[in-house]
Every structure is written in structure tokens, then in C-alpha cells.
Design a protein around this ligand. Structure first.
Ligand code: XMP
Length: 508
């Protein structure tokens, strides 16, 4: 059975980062909320306790029964470290100043397994308001910084270790080494979780799960649905029926290009031209959420029509990834919905299909690595994210066929120039936005009164936060010239220099 590490989440902003670091070390891990602990099966090799925005001194601080993990190696980070210390009779007090940022180890027990190959003076990242001021006698101090004496401890004669700093953050320069020491030397993990191993085990699992059943999958052209499709294709071949819908809101030539690419990969795929259906339902709508809802509704109708043409289909496959399903620890109540990001999710309710989600244990970067291991071309793996409602949410206000055509041209010029300048792969997401704002211009001897295009390019890790890219002026100048000269209906180009938050990536 696949060996795994359980990460118990106390609500820290860094919990997912811990998981990603563990997986980068080729060890499979799962995040579970502290108040919903899974059964600890024999393939669990160790437990990591996360940090938390809570203080252990608060009455409503998260609690776990540490006895549940008796005899399992444990690494407790930040809040986790304070929690074990406090539960075992130590003392945790509010620091006089909240310690946030870099510190250096001025004591390291090199004979300790956790600190193997970690030098004195190693930089660590601190982020805590409380400090462990006293530990019980059976705790051995194994690292300190100048201001935090108990920077790390081991409960003597056990495999329980705790650290006040965050090894998952890159500012902790030996954080990776420390995690590897824990995983390999303390938990005995074999580091066999690789993209190739994932592909092999997933294909076998899909084959036994699906047998001879037929499966439908909506391809979007994006990385997740493409990787899901190839995995399923390798597992069940022609029993996978892919549907690629042209909603009329894709990038220029995207529908034909992507369809061709998929056919080339051997997928059993049907392209559906539903441009008119989408556009007619968008007529007169100006509110972004109403536009999203209309597109979602039409998509379900179109997909349902097509899926029903596949005789005896039993399964709906989706490219859901791990961050979509991690049960989050709600610290300040459920976050308000800013945009309803509905993708294909929620489709099957009325279709009565069983759902198969081959990527639901993977982070985005892992999906890309699996895609590479499957031989998917850069053309698909390296694509920028593109929203389900497509250009409809990049045309402010009402969407018309004419505006879509204008935006497609401008966007194609923008993206091609980024590619030519070698910038496309450095940008996380880029796109043009149609602004229905008329302004005066002059072309030749004529006065123009046309619309504007905004260009957006952002750097991000997961789309949750983003910063605008500092694209070179000469590239921006070339793009602006080309758009204004070639795209009829546009006489002004602006560059969006807003970060998220407070702005969002898309304009609607
Ligand atoms: P925002 O605009 O919320 O975008 O900063 C964050 C990421 O989500 C994408 N996005 C969407 N994706 N349906 C989608 O499938 C949507 O309605 C939607 N709205 C935004 C956006 O492109 C960015 O990658």
C-alpha cells in the first residue's frame, strides 16, 4: 500500500505548503482538519501537526487527543509544537513582541536525527505570537535562536519532534533538509511517490474501478481536464468519450487548434459547435454573475444533450484537483463568495452519473508533472489558466458576437507577442479585456471614437493572490501599436497595474 504522511491542519496559512514540500520529496501526504481525523491505517508513516492562527492559550483553541498518534513519528510545527509542550505540562506565554521573519539558529544538536546536515547559523522563518518558555523534563532541547530558546525539541526516547519555525517556507534555508530528515530518517519513508508511479497506480486503479463502463468527460483545453483525459484514455481507451464544447467565447482559433491536438493524442473526442446557443442566452445580460450563470446553464444543457448520445454511459469524469476538495479549517467563518467559479462541478446531480476524479489527490504543479510524464506537449501543459466563462467575463457588460471577434483579435496579438518575446512562460496568466468605453483618437486625418482594450498579465502561484507583471515597455509598445493598427474598433490600449487583492485577476 502507498505509504503516506498525515498532516493535521489547525488552520495555518502554510498547511498546503507543508503538503507540497513533503510531496516534492516524493512522499505522498494528505491534509485532514484537526477535528476530523481519519483512521490511522498501517501505511501511515508519520504525522505532521500544522501551525494555526490560534493561540494555545485561547479557550476555543483547536484540540486533538495526542494519544490517537501514540507510537507514530510526529513532527509538530509552530502551534503544534506549542500545543504538545502545553499539553505535556510545559509553559507557553505571549511573547512581548510578535516574532515574524528571519532568525538564525545559534544552537543545533547535530547528533539529533532531525538536524542532520543542518549547520549552526542556519536561517529559519519564524511567525508566532506565543513562545514556549518552559518544557517538561523529558523534553530535550535540540535547537535555539537568539530570542527563542525552545526553537526545537524532541520528547526523549520517542519519535516526537517539534519546531517553532516553519520549514515549509523557502526562507528557512534548510527547511527541505529538515523535512527530509523527518520523512526518511525518522519515519522511514521510501520516497517512491513520483509522477511515473502515480501514472502507473492510477491507470491500474481506474481500470479496476471502471471495468468495461463508458465514461464521459468535458474537455476544456486546460491542463487539468487534458491530463485527466489522457490518464483515462490510457486506462480504458475508446470507452472514454470526450466532449469539447465551442461556447463561442474561446480564444482565437482555440477550438480548432485544441481539437486537432486532442485528436492527434488519439482521444475519442467530439467537438460541439454551440456558439449560437451561448451567444443568444447572453444577449441583454450585463451583470457578471448573471452572465456566468447563463453560461453554466447552457453548458449543462449542451453537455447533457451530448452525453446522452453515448449509449449506456455510467460515469462522468472530472479534472478536480486536490485544493478543490481539501476540507478547509474555517478560522473566521466561511469566506464570502466573491465570484461564483462554477466549472463542470455540480453537473452530475441530475444526470445520475457516478463521478470519477483521477486527479483529486494532486496539486496543480503535480498535475503538470504528471502531464509531462504522460508525454503531453508543452502546448497543453504550459497554457495559462483560462476561465470557464471565457471571453464573456473579459468583455465588460453585454457580450455580442462583434465584441467577441474584436477581443479575439486583440488577445491573439497580445499572446503571440508574449510568446515571441519569450515572456509567455514567465507570466502566470495573461489576457486582453474589452472595455466598452469610447474615447477620442485620430487616425490619418480622421477623428475616431472607439473602444479600449486593457492588457492584464499577472504573476501568481495559485490565483488566490497575484501581482501585475512588469512587462518591458518595448514589448508593451509593440503590442499596443499592433492592436491599434490592426484591430478595427479599438483606438486605445491600457495596461492594468493592479494587484490581487484588492483587485481580482479577471475584470468581472
Ligand atoms: P479572479 O478573477 O477571481 O480569478 O482573481 C482567479 C482565477 O480564477 C479564474 N476565474 C474563473 N475560472 N470560472 C473559471 O473557471 C470563472 O467564473 C472564473 N472567474 C475567474 C481566473 O481566470 C483566474 O485564473
Amino acid at each position: 500500500m502507498l505509504e503516506k504522511i498525515i498532516i493535521l491542519d489547525f488552520g495555518s496559512q502554510y498547511t498546503q505548503l507543508i503538503a507540497r514540500r513533503v510531496r516534492e520529496l516524493n512522499v505522498y501526504c494528505e491534509i485532514h482538519p484537526f477535528n476530523n481525523i481519519p483512521e490511522i491505517t498501517s501505511n501511515v508513516k508519520g504525522i505532521i501537526l500544522s501551525g494555526s492562527p490560534y493561540s494555545v492559550r485561547q479557550d476555543d483553541a483547536p484540540q486533538v487527543d495526542l494519544n490517537t498518534f501514540d507510537n507514530y513519528p510526529m513532527l509538530a510545527v509552530c502551534y503544534g509544537a506549542q500545543y504538545i509542550a502545553q499539553q505535556s505540562g510545559g509553559e507557553v506565554q505571549a511573547s512581548s513582541t510578535r516574532e515574524y521573519g528571519r532568525a538564525n539558529l545559534n544552537y543545533v544538536s547535530n547528533s539529533n536525527k532531525l538536524f542532520k546536515n543542518i549547520a549552526l547559523d542556519s536561517q529559519v522563518w519564524m511567525s508566532h505570537g506565543d513562545t514556549i518558555t518552559q518544557v517538561p523534563e523529558n523534553f530535550e532541547l535540540i535547537a535555539s535562536t537568539e530570542s527563542v530558546k525552545v526553537a526545537a525539541y524532541q520528547v526523549k526516547d520517542t519519535d516526537t519532534y517539534a519546531i517553532q519555525f516553519h520549514p515549509e517556507v523557502t526562507h528557512s534555508t534548510d527547511g527541505k533538509q529538515l523535512l527530509e530528515n523527518f520523512l526518511v530518517d525518522i519515519c522511514g519513508c521510501k520516497q517512491e511517490w513520483t509522477p511515473d508511479a502515480f501514472v502507473e497506480t492510477t491507470i491500474a486503479a481506474l481500470q479496476s474501478q471502471l471495468g468495461e463502463d463508458k465514461v464521459v468527460l468535458a474537455l476544456s483545453g486546460g491542463v487539468d481536464s487534458s491530463v485527466a483525459a489522457i490518464l483515462l484514455h490510457k486506462a480504458i481507451g475508446k470507452n472514454l468519450h470526450c466532449i469539447f464544447v465551442d461556447n463561442g467565447l474561446l480564444r482565437k482559433d482555440e477550438y480548432e487548434g485544441v481539437l486537432e491536438q486532442y485528436k492527434h493524442l488519439g482521444l475519442n473526442i467530439k467537438g460541439v459547435d454551440a456558439k449560437e446557443r451561448f451567444l443568444s442566452q447572453l444577449a441583454g445580460l450585463t451583470d457578471p454573475e448573471l452572465k456566468r450563470k447563463a453560461i453554466g446553464r447552457v453548458f449543462i444543457e449542451v453537455f447533457d444533450d451530448e452525453a446522452h448520445q453515448v449509449q449506456d454511459v455510467k460515469w462522468l469524469a472530472q479534472g478536480t484537483i486536490y485544493p478543490d476538495i481539501i476540507e478547509s479549517v474555517s478560522v473566521k467563518g466561511p469566506s464570502a463568495t466573491i465570484k461564483s467559479h462554477h466549472n463542470v462541478g455540480g453537473l452530475p446531480d441530475f444526470m445520475k452519473l457516478k463521478v470519477v476524479e483521477p486527479l483529486n489527490t494532486l496539486f496543480k504543479d503535480e498535475v503538470r508533472r504528471v502531464g509531462r510524464s504522460l508525454g503531453l506537449e508543452h502546448f497543453i501543459i504550459g497554457r495559462h489558466p483560462f476561465p470557464g466563462p471565457g471571453l464573456a467575463i473579459r468583455i465588460l457588460g453585454e457580450v455580442t458576437a462583434e465584441k467577441v471577434a474584436i477581443l479575439q483579435e486583440a488577445d491573439a496579438i497580445y499572446i503571440n507577442n508574449l510568446k515571441e518575446a519569450g515572456l509567455y512562460d514567465k507570466v502566470w496568466q495573461a489576457g486582453a479585456i474589452f472595455l466598452p468605453v469610447q474615447s477620442v483618437g485620430v487616425m490619418g486625418d480622421e477623428r475616431t471614437y472607439e473602444n479600449a482594450i486593457a492588457l492584464r498579465a499577472v504573476e501568481s502561484v495559485d490565483g488566490m493572490t497575484a501581482d501585475w507583471c512588469h512587462l518591458p515597455y518595448n514589448v508593451l509598445a509593440k503590442i499596443s501599436n499592433e492592436i491599434i493598427n490592426k484591430v478595427k474598433g479599438i483606438n486605445r490600449v491600457v495596461y492594468d497595474i493592479s494587484s490581487k487583492p484588492p483587485a481580482t485577476i479577471e475584470w468581472e
